[in-house]
Design a protein around this ligand. Structure first.
Ligand code: BMA
Length: 377
């Protein structure tokens, strides 16, 4: 074939289209930072549809908390990511936490500026990736942090008193403002996952099962949804994420209802290194099986909303422990926790030079795992 300038142009166009089509999920709102909004096509599918399609195809989006905000030995370096440095790709899902936003703080509880979080999540959206938000909030009346579990009335005082409801509404308004501010360069709302009131089957947060009744817990959700609806927040997909559960009755005990939840998740961690593997596989397998079955019955999405093995003492943890779990249960996504810059042992993905590097790269290159090719660097 003879290459003239037109043929070359056509080949380059096809090549760039192929790259876009390979990225997951193809530019989500029809706009990947195009700068030419008049020509941008309308959104082709909602976030939930994209997650469902992906799960149906047997693909799991890989997610990492605070991935581009900081890593094992660094903080605030634009475009940097421990995952990128090891695998040459970004996680398909970025996880962030809104703890502190409810009080008007400018940084979250782990020192991430909310402005940076907004910028990085929009960047992730433009890359074709997805964002999920958790919320380690302070108590609306007492300002106690989420791990202060001394008040058995902590939740009741919010949902059952006028002062509590008002203080909660003020917190929710700040979150609503944040979600409403997530728009792409064409001004269109960017859909994200929100996973409030997580791990409520455990006892470590003040909204945990030991400190509040099922009814009070559900009220946290209904009040939240009413407030968001009244503020016109339409770009949130809702995730419910109990900690490990032995049976469906426990998993569903505090479920707020199908009208409040889109994603049924599971938060289960691997503790005690190699000695803890059997226990982890059992607990995570069982909880994921419940989440998957309850999601199937309701036409919802199932996800492994939080997991990880701190410090990765098992060098092939990703391929030998996590991957078989994902293959057995096919959640739409899996999210591992953060690589702290100020706690050398607190990391959940390998960083450059860590012994688990090769195994993690193999995991990320598995055809069942969705990553995002690093186009912008
Ligand atoms: C925990 C730890 C803490 C962090 C909290 C909220 O699992 O990572 O250091 O403050 O999550 O992100």
């Amino acid at each position: 074939m003879r290459y003239d300038i037109h043929t070359y142009g056509a080949v380059m166009l096809l090549a760039s289209l192929a790259t876009v089509a390979d990225a997951y999920p193809a530019t989500p709102s029809g706009c990947g930072g195009c700068g030419n909004c008049h020509d941008a096509p309308p959104p082709s599918a909602t976030l939930l549809e994209r997650l469902k399609d992906s799960a149906r195809a047997g693909k799991v989006l890989f997610g990492h908390h605070d991935d581009t905000a900081y890593g094992h030995t660094w903080r605030g370096e634009e475009g940097r990511s421990d995952v990128l440095e090891v695998t040459d790709s970004y996680p398909a899902m970025m996880s962030w936490d809104l703890g502190g936003l409810e009080c008007g703080d400018s940084v979250n509880l782990d020192g991430v500026l909310f402005d940076l979080m907004r910028r990085e999540s929009l960047r992730q959206n433009a890359r074709g990736g997805v964002n999920t938000f958790s919320w380690h909030l302070r108590h609306p009346l007492t300002d106690a942090d989420c791990w202060t579990v001394t008040d058995p009335q902590a939740v009741h005082s919010i949902v059952a008193t006028p002062e509590g409801r008002e203080a909660y509404a003020r917190q929710l308004d700040r979150l609503a403002d944040f979600f409403l501010s997530l728009t792409d360069c064409c001004g269109r709302p960017v859909e994200v996952i929100f996973r409030p009131w997580h791990e409520h089957t455990g006892g470590w947060f003040w909204w945990g099962a030991q400190h509040c009744s099922p009814d009070d817990y559900r009220q946290l959700w209904t009040l939240m949804r009413e407030r968001f609806d009244s503020r016109g927040v339409g770009n949130v997909v809702w995730a419910y994420s109990p900690d490990r559960c032995n049976d469906a009755a426990l998993y569903m005990e505090r479920y707020p209802g199908d009208e409040y939840v889109d994603i049924l998740g599971a938060d289960v961690y691997h503790f005690n290194g190699a000695e803890g593997t059997a226990q982890y596989l059992e607990a995570a397998g069982r909880t994921l099986a419940i989440a998957t079955e309850e999601a199937r019955k309701r036409g919802k999405v199932a996800a492994f909303t939080e997991t990880g093995c701190e410090s990765l003492p098992i060098a092939d943890w990703y391929t030998a422990v996590l991957l078989p779990l994902l293959s057995a249960h096919s959640p739409a996504y899996v999210t591992v926790w953060r690589n702290a810059d100020d706690k050398p042992q607190h990391f959940y993905t390998p960083y450059k030079g860590h012994p688990a590097e090769a195994d993690f790269t193999e995991f990320c290159r598995n055809p069942a795992i969705r990553m995002l090719p690093a186009k912008e660097r």
